[in-house]
Design a protein around this ligand. Structure first.
Ligand code: PTJ
Length: 261
């Protein structure tokens, strides 16, 4: 479908179209459409802009990845269509390899997702070679299968748009989990060490800029950033931001929003 550039919600519709096309190309799972719709709804609540607290969350996440011994970035169908180039760049900048790890129809989709990233210039994609596959004992569904060189041995796992079950399993394995999830109340957000409540489309480019800056800093500086970060406190700030924003809109600013939108 062609989206007219002058449509007031052109960007949002173009993104939605990417996800639909990704589903037809078997990159995105059917359930990925539902996940995307849920994300859109939460994005409205934060004003479809990066809240200042999300920048703090992103900073803590990047510091944690840079300090990790074996970090890894987990790729699912949705992020493979929403921001593949940015994830490749973040991987290069931080030295965290990319691993395809899918929740739905793994066997059918994992090579398609991996090829998409390889065609865009990724040098190596973990998670697709049978000889390195092993499983997370805490899980029963398809996502239990992981790469021995990647998620299995990682100390820090960055999983944008993750399901809660696996986040808790990874935590129980002693791993640090970083996520991007527009829902601050999801089990993933609550269980993660660092939950970034932002749209992954905005979060990853921002993390790239933060990584360029933090890469120049000393280890002690990065440790300071992580030591003062508390995920529960951070989510409280996000929830307060959302509730105050909604209260303000309910009181007097709805008209303004109507004019803008
Ligand atoms: O490709 P697969 O098979 O690995 O499946 C991927 C999905 C995302 C379908 C799967 O992991 C899933 O079902 O996830 P959930 O449990 O629906 O959780 C997705 C979370 O991501 C929800 O809390 C959404 O609000 C959130 N979300 C959706 N789109 C975005 C988002 N968060 C940030 N940015 C988005 N663009």
């Amino acid at each position: 479908m062609t989206i007219p550039d002058d449509h007031p919600r052109a960007n949002s519709l173009k993104t939605r179209e990417k996800v639909i096309e990704g589903m037809h190309a078997k990159i995105v799972a059917e359930a990925g459409l539902i996940a995307h719709g849920r994300g859109e709804a939460f994005d409205y609540l934060i004003g479809e802009k990066t809240p200042s607290n999300a920048l703090n969350q992103e900073k803590a996440a990047v510091a944690m990845i840079l300090l990790a011994e074996n970090p890894v970035i987990s790729i699912n169908g949705n992020v493979a269509v929403l921001c593949p180039e940015d994830l490749i760049l973040l991987s290069e900048l931080t030295g965290a390899p990319l691993e395809v790890n899918l929740f739905y129809n793994r066997a059918e989709r994992e090579k398609i997702v991996a090829n998409k990233l390889l065609n865009l210039g990724a040098e190596q994609i973990l998670g697709i070679d049978a000889e390195y596959q092993t499983s997370i004992p805490e899980l029963t569904h398809s996502r239990r299968v992981v790469d021995r060189r990647g998620i299995y041995s990682a100390d820090v796992v960055f999983v944008p748009l993750e399901d809660g079950d696996r986040t808790t399993a990874l935590r129980k394995m002693g791993k640090k989990v970083i996520t991007v999830d527009l829902n601050p109340l999801s089990r993933t957000s609550l269980w993660a060490n660092v939950a970034i409540v932002n749209n992954v489309i905005r979060a990853i480019p921002e993390m790239i800029e933060i990584a360029k800056e933090l890469k120049e800093q000393k280890q002690a500086e990065l440790e300071k950033i992580i030591n003062v970060f508390d995920n529960s406190e951070s989510l409280k700030i996000t929830l307060t931001f959302i509730s105050e924003r909604l209260e303000k809109l309910a009181k007097d600013e709805l008209k303004k929003l109507k004019n803008i939108d």
